[in-house]
Design a protein around this ligand. Structure first.
Ligand SMILES: Nc1ncnc2c1ncn2[C@@H]1O[C@H](COP(=O)(O)OP(=O)(O)O)[C@@H](O)[C@H]1O
Ligand SMILES: [Mg+2]
Length: 410
């Protein structure tokens, strides 16, 4: 097929304009790439589109984002760097168009077999960035009896160029987020060191008593008394180390299918006793029509526990203090969880710092300032939203939303 046999026509312009619009519309990484894929599936009139990216660590091409009926299954498949048409395009850095796939010696039937699909026609174009081929864009099964044309090939290459740029942009945004999280830890090293020093002081005290018990008076009742302090201190240090790791590293939620209300109920059970001891009323208001969705239950548990522990701190010493956890469906096919307290509240400058991933820990808090940043990170990883409203001396309301997903997000 000769590309030069077709020149772009004014009627093709809408595809290019729409592509540019999408490129400028979304800053967030995966929505941008999946928007491009969705758009090109419709605009190119194909059954499905996929991006395969090369992973040098395992020397394989990975289905990174796909549309069409088989997208969920495809996202678990790996190809050898030279396997199939995608592998050929990747290793030769040349586009390929074929309308009789079963006669094409480059075609690898393995993927079709494993997802139970019949590929008839393919356009595959390399994704190039600064003279490097980073992956392949594949358009599969043209919804037209004549299959793909030279026009499709030119438009496919154009879309591939934009997709490569989008992937680069996504990488830069990710690096930027990652760097600012590390910078936030750097900025508060003094605060973290202070926290560690306090724990060490407790540990040193216990170690001294345990040591003198062993070496001189042999009164082991003292050891029994010191042991819980040692235990608790080790727990606090290791929790801090885990939190720092969790905050600095990029990770994806460990999705499982379930209902957000169950996590809230478990948590309510967990903190009910503590609330009663502190004379704080705690209640839930759960919308039973909330649909099941894919989310990370441990991640959400962690977020809500962080928020509740802040609410407990904020309610300390306040009469008739109350904390509520509410769940409800949002109008945008999402689930909202609201944690509200009638505690001390916080001023706007603290909210501003928290919402820019700064680590803040004010007097009265028993934490390190990592609670909210980690919670926001977990919710962002779910592509949800996190919002704080607070009035000093009145209380705080934190609202988080999660999208309702019918399959784990890639
Ligand atoms: N519910 C709340 N009410 C009042 N202040 C809050 C509340 N939640 C968070 N804050 C403020 O935000 C700060 C940061 O919270 P967080 O990130 O969880 O750190 P930490 O609890 O370790 O101090 C707290 O120190 C506190 O000043
Ligand atoms: Mg906290």
């Amino acid at each position: 097929m000769n590309n030069s046999s077709y020149t772009l026509q004014p009627s093709d312009l809408h595809i290019i304009i729409n592509l540019c619009r999408i490129m400028n519309s979304a800053l967030h990484h995966e929505p941008l790439i999946s928007k491009i894929m969705q758009f090109c599936t419709e605009a190119m009139e194909v059954e499905g589109a996929s991006i395969l990216l090369y992973d040098a660590k395992i020397d394989k091409l990975i289905f990174y984002c796909s549309t069409g009926d088989k997208s969920d299954q495809l996202n678990k498949i790996f190809l050898a760097r030279d396997e199939g048409i995608a592998g050929w395009v990747f290793t030769n850095n040349e586009p390929a168009l074929t309308n009789n796939i079963q006669d094409d010696p480059r075609f690898a039937a393995r993927v079709d077999q494993s997802v139970q699909y019949t590929t008839r026609s393919i356009i595959a174009t390399p994704l190039n960035l600064e003279n490097r081929t980073v992956g392949v864009l594949e358009l599969v099964n043209k919804n037209h009896p004549d299959g793909f044309t030279a026009r499709d090939m030119i438009l496919g290459e154009l879309i591939a160029e934009h997709t490569a740029l989008a992937i680069e942009r996504v990488k830069l945004v990710q690096e930027n987020i990652s760097n600012s999280r590390l910078a936030a830890i750097g900025e508060t090293v003094a605060g973290l060191a202070h926290y560690i020093k306090n724990i060490l002081t407790a540990l040193e005290g216990s170690a001294y008593i345990i040591n003198s018990t062993i070496t001189s008076d042999k009164d082991y009742r003292l050891v029994e008394r010191q042991w819980p302090i040692v235990h608790k201190s080790i727990g606090r240090i290791s929790a801090l180390a885990l939190s720092m790791l969790e905050f600095s590293k990029d990770r994806k939620p460990t999705y499982s299918h379930g209902n957000v209300n169950r996590v809230i109920e478990e948590l309510h059970e967990l903190v009910r006793e503590k609330a009663a001891q502190k004379n704080i009323e705690i209640y839930t208001s759960l919308d039973s029509s909330i649909p099941d969705t894919y989310f990370d239950p441990q991640g959400l548990h962690r977020v809500l526990l962080n928020l509740l522990s802040n609410s407990f701190d904020a309610c300390a010493g306040i009469t008739d203090a109350a904390i509520s956890i509410t769940s409800r469906c949002t109008t945008e096919n999402g689930i909202e969880v609201i944690v509200s307290d009638t505690g001390a509240g916080m001023p706007q400058d603290i909210i501003d710092k928290i919402m820019t991933s700064k680590l803040v820990s004010t007097k009265g808090s028993k934490g390190t300032g990592l609670g909210i940043p980690i919670s926001r990170k977990i919710i962002n990883e779910h592509k949800g939203s996190f919002d704080i409203k607070s009035v000093p001396d009145k209380g705080t309301t934190i609202s988080l939303t999660l999208p309702v997903l019918s399959s784990p997000a890639v």
